[in-house]
Ligand binder design. Structure first.
Ligand SMILES: NC(=O)c1ccc[n+]([C@@H]2O[C@H](COP(=O)([O-])OP(=O)(O)OC[C@H]3O[C@@H](n4cnc5c(N)ncnc54)[C@H](OP(=O)(O)O)[C@@H]3O)[C@@H](O)[C@H]2O)c1
Length: 250
């Protein structure tokens, strides 16, 4: 049994997830670095230090999810934090320019295979992993769930003609993040009485592989809001959607 609180970060082998894992370890948590490729998880865990452990976890694979939950139960005996960070912006080849990703996501031409694949990872992955980890999270004294969402999924922002990014609102990535927000609220409402806080964080537009490194923010900046929500005390909110500057409209 672990004395320190244990956090699982999905998709933590690179990008914002890796930075969240680093920051949580620096804040005294034992961190499970989730990655669909074990060797990538191991390399990332080694780069963080002895408080980080590799965990094979493909959020679209029920057997992988069940095996991960079982390993956590047997080897650590507790789980206090779940950061649902794993996400994709399209299901095509890596390295596509952002403009091409946005254009191929236009509602009139978007491939349904792409829509399904992105929802499978970004939305159904969160539901599946959260359900599998809830037994352990319910046993923790002050469990926290943070879903890494995006202002790109905000219906209120994108319905405003003055919102600068609204012309990128397509049928693939954006609505997957709208659905992440809906799932955040659904879990938060059901878990309200348990003390488990469930919140959604927007990391901001950040240079990672997801957008072919075109975002202006650094991963260090991007990790701040998800990490703040992990570290909320008992008085902190549940069922919120925010970025570093404060609450965001759903
Ligand atoms: N970058 C931005 O501007 C931005 C803005 C708002 C929100 N976000 C969100 O931030 C989160 C992290 O993205 P990022 O920008 O850091 O992108 P990234 O560098 O591409 O990282 C995405 C991570 O998700 C993992 N992943 C993808 N599919 C997976 C699966 N089926 N199972 C497990 N892991 C999987 C990837 O693993 P592999 O290495 O195996 O592919 C990788 O570790 C995402 O939810 C994204 O939507 C990003």
């Amino acid at each position: 049994m672990q004395d320190k609180p244990v956090a699982l970060v999905t998709g933590a082998n690179k990008g914002i997830g890796l930075q969240i894992a680093k920051d949580l370890a620096a804040n005294g948590l034992t961190v499970l670095v989730g990655s669909r490729r074990l060797e990538h998880a191991e390399a990332a865990a080694n780069s963080i230090g002895e408080d980080a452990h590799a965990l094979q976890l493909d959020v679209t694979d029920q057997a992988s999810i069940a095996a991960a939950a079982e390993r956590i139960r047997i080897e650590l005996g507790r789980l206090d934090v779940l950061v649902n960070n794993a996400g994709i912006s399209h299901a095509g080849k890596p390295g596509r320019p952002l403009e091409e990703i946005i254009n191929s996501g236009r509602p009139s031409i978007a491939s349904l295979d792409d829509v399904r694949a992105v929802f499978e990872t970004n939305v159904f992955g969160i539901v599946a992993v959260t359900q599998a980890m809830l037994r352990l999270l319910r046993e923790a004294p002050a469990a926290r769930i943070v879903n890494v969402s995006s202002g790109a999924g905000s219906l209120t922002l994108n319905a405003d003609p003055a919102f600068p990014y609204r012309t990128s609102f397509g049928a693939v990535y954006n609505p997957s993040k709208t659905a992440v927000n809906a799932m955040t609220l659904a879990f938060a409402i059901e878990l309200e009485e348990t003390g488990i806080k469930v919140n959604a964080a927007c990391p901001g537009y950040t240079a990672t592989e997801l957008n072919n490194f075109e975002g202006p923010r650094t991963v260090e900046q991007a990790a701040r809001e998800p990490v703040r929500l992990v570290l909320l005390d008992a008085n902190g909110p549940t069922g919120t959607f925010s970025n570093e500057d404060g609450p965001l409209p759903w």
